[in-house]
Design a protein around this ligand. Sequence first.
Ligand SMILES: [Zn+2]
Length: 114
Amino acid sequence: MILGKCPFCSDGDIEVRDKEARGKKVKLYACSNAQWVTEDGEFFELSQESKCGFRIWQNSLAKYGKWLSYKEIRELLEKESVEVELFSKKGNKKIEYKKYIVLDREYGVSVLWE
Ligand SMILES: [Zn+2]
């Protein structure tokens, strides 16, 4: 499945790939021009033929209780930012807040904390 155009190369599409990281199934939203030699969820090495290395892990914001959906990735690729709900814990309290996330060439996405 294709979710949109790659923001960092001219002819790549962002596609959904099924991966496993530490025994858990997780989606990787990756540029069609990117292929990795080792894909164990921890260490990546781009193959020599890869023209682009852009990817977003579905669980890249998991520490904020957020898994990125197809819909959010589509919107992110289209508008370059999207508002998401994040959570953090303070003691026993769960704090909910909304933040914008943006595309990040190195990390896939980053949160605008400002
Ligand atoms: Zn690309």
